[in-house]
Write a protein that binds this ligand. Structure first.
Ligand code: NAD
Ligand code: WQD
Length: 332
C-alpha cells in the first residue's frame, strides 16, 4: 500500500517509516520540520535500502496537503504530526489546539475529499488522566489534565464522531505509553531541542555530560522504591505495532482502539540503573519535589493488541537503554 505518514520525519514517525518499508509498503511523508531534520529521509533510506518521498508541508496548509493527495494515490494515512510537550501546551494552549486539533481536521477533510478513509492516529496514554488502577485497559474512563492531553482526546472524539457519521471510515486510535529507544543502526532516534522534558532523553544527556545530574521528581510515591512507574516501550516495537494495525484495518473492522505498551511498569531509579549498565557511565541524581501533574503509576494492559493485532512488545529496558546510548554515540 502507499501510506501517507504525517510527521514522518519525527521520532516515532521515522521508525515507523523504516518498518513500513521493511513490510514492502511505499511511503510518502509530509512534515513541516518544526521538530525534525530533513536529513532523516537519507537515514531512513540508508537503513532500509529503499527510497521514500518527502514533501515539506504543514498539515494546516489545505492547498499544500491537497496537492500531495492529488500527486500520489494514497491508500491510508498514519497521522503523527503534532506538538507534544505538556508544559509548553499549558503556556501556549492556542498553538497546541491550532496545530494538533485544527491541523487534524484539515487532514481528515482532505482525506475525505480524496476518498482516503483509512487512518491510524497517534493517541497517548495521557487520555486516561489519573487512572483509578493499573494496568490500564482501553475501556477505562478518559480525561485530560493539560491542553496537550485535551488535544489528543479531542482528536479521538472527532474521529469517533466521524465514524458514527460515516461508517465506511476505517480508524485506529493507538494509545502509546512511554516510547523510548532508538533504531539499532544508531542512525535515527530522539533528538529533543533544548532541555529534555522526558526521562530517558534527560538521562542520556547526563550520561554524555551535557547535563550535570538528573532531578528525580518525587521519592515518596506509593511504589516499591518511591519513584514514579511508567510503561517504557521500545520505539521499534511501537513502529511495528503500526504496521500490524494497518493489516487489521485492511479487514475493515470500523473503529478500533489499542494500548501500545509492554504491560510492565519500571521506576525512575530502575531506568537510571538500566542506563548506567548500558552506558558504563554513572548517572548522578537527586530526589526533588514531585512534578505537578505527574501520577504514581501508569502501565498498560496490552492484551487487546496481543489478541486482535497479534502484536506484543519484545524489547526490554536494557535494550531500550543500549539503543539510546548507541544512538547518542554514533557519529551522524
Ligand atoms: P516528534 O516531534 O518527534 O514528531 C512529530 C513530527 O510532526 C515532527 O517531525 C514535526 O516536525 C511534525 N509536525 C508537527 N506539527 C506539524 C504540522 N502542523 N504539520 C506537519 N508536520 C508537523 O514527536 P514523536 O515523539 O515522534 O510523536 C509523534 C506523535 O505521537 C505525536 O502526535 C505525539 O503527540 C504522539 N505521542 C508521542 C509520545 C511520546 O512520548 N513521544 C507519546 C504518546 C503519543
Ligand atoms: C517519566 C517518569 C517523571 C523527567 C509524558 C507525557 C505523556 C506522553 C509521554 C505524549 C515520571 C520522571 C522525568 C525528569 C524524572 N507523551 N522524571 N525526572 O510524564 O510519563 O509522560 O511523555 O503523549 O503525555 O506526559 O513521561 O518521561 O516525562 O516521565 O524524575 O527529568 O520520569 O516524574 O515518573 P510521562 P516522562
Amino acid at each position: 500500500m502507499k501510506i501517507l505518514v504525517t510527521g514522518g520525519m519525527g521520532y516515532i514517525g521515522s521508525h515507523t517509516c523504516v518498518e513500513l518499508l521493511n513490510a514492502n509498503h511505499e511511503v510518502v511523508v509530509v512534515d513541516n520540520l518544526c521538530n525534525a531534520q530533513a536529513s532523516v529521509k537519507d537515514r531512513v533510506e540508508k537503513i532500509t535500502g529503499k527510497s521514500i518521498v518527502f514533501e515539506q508541508v504543514d498539515i494546516r496548509d489545505r492547498l499544500g496537503l491537497e496537492a500531495v493527495f492529488r500527486k500520489y494515490p494514497i491508500d491510508a494515512v498514519i497521522h503523527f504530526a503534532g506538538l507534544k510537550a505538556v508544559g509548553e501546551s499549558v503556556e501556549q494552549p492556542l498553538r497546541y489546539y491550532d496545530n494538533n486539533v485544527s491541523g487534524s481536521v484539515v487532514l481528515f477533510e482532505t482525506m475525505g475529499k480524496y476518498g482516503v478513509k483509512t487512518i491510524v492516529f497517534s493517541s497517548s496514554a495521557t487520555v486516561y488522566g489519573d487512572p483509578a488502577s493499573v494496568p490500564i485497559r482501553e475501556d477505562f474512563p478518559l480525561s485530560a489534565t493539560n491542553p496537550y492531553g485535551r488535544s489528543k482526546l479531542m482528536i479521538e472524539d472527532i474521529l469517533r464522531d466521524l465514524h458514527k457519521a460515516e461508517p465506511d471510515w476505517q480508524i485506529a486510535l493507538l494509545r502509546y505509553f512511554n516510547p523510548v529507544g532508538a533504531h539499532e543502526s544508531g542512525l535515527i532516534g530522539e533528538e529533543p531541542s533544548g532541555i529534555p522534558n522526558n526521562l530517558v532523553p534527560y538521562i542520556a544527556q547526563v550520561a554524555t555530560g551535557v547535563r550535570e545530574k538528573l532531578n528525580v521528581y518525587g521519592g515518596d510515591y506509593p511504589t516499591p522504591d518511591g519513584t514514579g512507574m511508567r510503561d517504557y516501550i521500545h520505539v521499534v516495537d511501537l513502529a511495528i505495532g503500526h504496521v500490524k494495525t494497518l493489516d487489521k484495518l485492511a479487514t475493515r473492522p470500523g473503529i478500533v482502539t489499542y494500548n501500545l505498551g509492554t504491560g510492565r511498569g519500571n521506576s525512575v531509579l530502575e531506568m537510571v540503573r538500566a542506563f548506567e549498565q548500558a552506558s558504563g557511565r554513572k548517572i548522578p541524581y537527586q530526589i526533588v519535589d514531585r512534578r505537578p501533574g505527574d501520577i504514581a503509576k501508569c502501565y498498560a494492559d496490552p492484551s487487546r493488541a496481543r489478541d486482535e493485532l497479534g502484536w506484543t512488545a519484545e524489547r526490554d529496558i536494557a535494550q531500550m537503554c543500549a539503543d539510546v546510548w548507541h544512538y547518542q554515540t554514533t557519529p551522524k
